[in-house]
Design a protein around this ligand. Structure first.
Ligand code: ADP
Ligand code: MG
Length: 263
């Protein structure tokens, strides 16, 4: 993804095996910000909870071929898996509860780690950026995302145990790099739910920057009630309350990402 339209989409997996760190919120608002900027964006929901799908106001909706479940298990035609959203330039591959069984069903399927890549690669020409919203685990679904992606964006909740468990994700990425996807990169680490009023937030942010260095985005996402409210209305926060600090932070993040790739 660059300032210009790309010939081939950049594919980003948004991953952290902890739940509630802001993965889905990041996909919704980053994808919407870029789409509003005129980029062609695809968001892919691979979490059986379907929070990305409902956060975009499309809970229970299916594309022609169904959901990500049919896309992965029945290898439905990729272009028949796309659903238009209320945001121009933003498409979705939706998920619902059916996906819960996929993790187990995939185990005995041929090319089980490559199913998502096979779905996404043929779609690269139609989009500038593709975001994959991972479930809170390091199972076969997240593995599929790491194999399909060019890079991983890791949201980190600014709390005491933020770095705990991250070794598992980094280790999984290393294994993926040594076999299934040698060029997998780290797109960046994003500090989320930052509360500047607490020392703890500042201390955690300092530790994370010491550890991941320049991989940490300068943009920090504050704890902001609008970001929490917007999903219940099925509207991205950057549209629901564009003036809120949370929305502004995600717009700034989109700008920072574009600038990094232009450099
Ligand atoms: N910066 C934020 N400030 C306040 N609430 C947030 C923020 N980011 C996310 N939330 C809320 O916290 C919960 C968890 O966020 P979510 O993006 O769903 O995390 P994940 O996808 O990692 O499980 C959701 O209810 C979401 O609306
Ligand atoms: Mg989520």
């Amino acid at each position: 993804m660059t300032e210009q339209r790309a010939a081939s989409a950049r594919v980003l997996a948004i991953a952290n095996q902890k739940g509630g760190v802001g993965k889905t919120t990041t996909v919704i608002n980053l994808a919407t910000s870029l789409a509003l900027d005129g980029f062609r964006v695809l968001a892919v929901d691979i979490d059986p909870q379907g929070n990305l799908t409902s956060g975009l106001g499309l809970r229970g909706r299916r594309a022609d071929a169904g959901t990500i479940y049919e896309a992965l298990l029945a290898e439905a035609a990729p272009e028949r898996c796309l659903l238009a959203t209320q945001v121009e330039n933003l498409s979705l591959i939706p998920a619902d509860r059916n996906l819960t069984g996929a993790e187990i069903e995939l185990v005995s399927a041929p090319s089980r780690e490559y199913r998502l890549r096979r779905l996404i690669d043929p779609l690269r020409g139609r989009f500038d950026c593709i975001f994959i919203d991972c479930p809170p685990s390091l199972g076969l679904l997240t593995l599929n995302a790491l194999v399909a992606a060019d890079a991983v964006l890791i949201p980190l909740h600014c709390e005491y145990f933020a770095l705990e468990g991250l070794a598992d994700l980094v280790g999984t990425m290393r294994r993926v790099r040594s076999g299934l996807n040698p060029t997998l990169d780290i797109e960046g680490v994003l500090l989320t739910m930052y509360d500047e009023r607490t020392n703890l937030g500042q201390l955690v942010a300092r530790d994370v920057r010491e550890f991941f260095k320049e991989k940490v985005f300068n943009t920090v996402i504050p704890r902001n009630v609008r970001l929490g409210e917007a999903p219940s209305h099925g509207i991205p926060a950057v549209l629901y309350d564009a003036k809120s600090r949370g929305a502004a932070a995600y717009v700034a993040l989109a700008k920072e990402m574009l600038a990094r790739h232009a450099a």
